[in-house]
Design a protein around this ligand. Structure first.
Ligand SMILES: *Cc1c(COP(=O)(O)O)cnc(C)c1O
Length: 361
């Protein structure tokens, strides 16, 4: 079986975790501080605030920017539910805007028509590891005085015009095991805004800077030193993992690009794609996924139901017409691209798809 995702862990992580366990300091401590500094340096931001999930990173980032009841945040419906749920949890309203058919990221041309007097922020998602159009996003945010929050949960190290995602606005990353790097569960907020970083630190720990003095409403969103110790090792390996993902993606595209009925991923101008997912488009999606599974190849559909079509959002009255999002949700199929996938695996995947497609003609 070639799985769709596989965390890359070896003796280095095991040793780092045992060191923490032996130290007796197992909640938030020195390892978290080191991890924050290393991640901020990697992303090119002044501050990083580690939390216990990507969802927590998004939620705390929004709260740290003062977003709440009565505010609207423009985002993508073609994402993991956490993107929109984090907005709902602040009391604000997610407003969905459609995506571009080639990159699956928010279409900058459509954003301005969604802006109302209540709009407070734009939250682009760097889907599958590909940066959104950050020049245009930054311009729109500046022109309308909006906050820019990047859902970079799938895009560790991705660059737009040479600049890493998570450094354009306030970034939120996830370290869930399937992501480009992991801490088991975990997340981090990146920002150049000191006030936002300070506020996020307070929100992560019951609104307190000083123990048992609570200046605002917060929660327990803290990362453990056990998780941070894994993160420090993973961050060191990330460039190698990314290179491997990009290598696998290149081979897949070389092998699949001429197959009729299959559209390979498009990399946008100025984008360095880190291939959290390698996602093709095909109208025969479900049949191909079944066939691949029968041949021992794992696939993923991210995401089969857009957020605005989820039962809970329908109940809230969401009734958007987002044709590009809806079409993508029926045709996307992700193939294994993670660093554990070998050249031989790529050949197997490619041949299975070629033969299947040949048998259809
Ligand atoms: C994974 C992910 C999240 C949430 O991260 P968790 O660590 O699972 O909470 C949010 N947004 C996107 C786009 C993601 O892929």
């Amino acid at each position: 079986m070639i799985p769709i995702a596989k965390p890359q862990l070896d003796d280095a992580e095991i040793l780092a975790v045992s060191d923490v366990l032996r130290s007796g300091i197992i909640a938030e401590g020195q390892r978290v501080a080191e991890f924050e500094q290393a991640f901020a340096e990697y992303t090119g931001t002044e501050h990083a605030v580690a939390v216990n999930s990507g969802t927590a990173a998004l939620h705390a980032a929004l709260l740290a920017h003062g977003i709440g009841k009565g505010d609207e945040v423009i985002t993508s419906s073609f994402s993991f539910i956490a993107t929109a749920n984090s907005i709902l949890f602040t009391g604000a309203k997610p407003v969905f805007s459609d995506i571009k058919a080639d990159t699956f990221n928010l279409d900058p041309q459509l954003i301005e028509e969604k802006i109302t007097p209540a709009t407070k922020a734009i939250m682009p998602v760097h889907l599958y590891g590909q940066p959104a159009d950050m020049d245009l996003m930054t311009n729109i945010a500046e022109d309308h005085g909006l906050i820019l929050i990047e859902d970079a949960c799938q895009a560790h190290g991705a660059k737009y015009n040479g600049k890493k995602v998570g450094s354009f606005g306030t970034g939120a990353f996830s370290f869930y095991p399937t992501k480009n790097m992991t801490t088991s569960e975990g997340g981090i907020i990146t920002t150049n805004n000191r006030e936002v970083a300070d506020k996020a630190r307070m929100i992560r720990s019951h609104g307190s800077k000083q123990r048992y003095l609570h200046e605002m409403l917060g929660y327990n969103l803290r990362m453990t030193d056990i998780a941070a110790a894994i993160g420090l090792i993973q961050l060191r390996k990330l460039p190698e993992y990314t290179a491997r993902r990009q290598h696998n993606a290149k081979l897949l595209t070389e092998n699949l690009k001429d197959i009729e009925g299959i559209q390979c991923p498009t990399v946008g101008e100025g984008c360095e794609h880190v291939f959290h997912q390698y996602t093709i488009l095909t109208t025969n999606r479900d049949a191909l996924a079944d066939h691949l599974r029968n041949e021992g190849i794992g696939t993923g559909i991210y995401y089969p139901i857009p957020i605005h079509k989820q039962p809970y959002y329908m109940e809230l009255g969401y009734n958007d017409n987002l044709p590009v999002t809806e079409k993508a949700s029926m045709e996307v199929l992700s193939l294994p691209v993670h660093p554990g996938v070998t050249d031989e695996d790529i050949a197997t995947i490619s041949n299975v798809i070629k033969n299947w497609s040949g048998s259809k003609c």
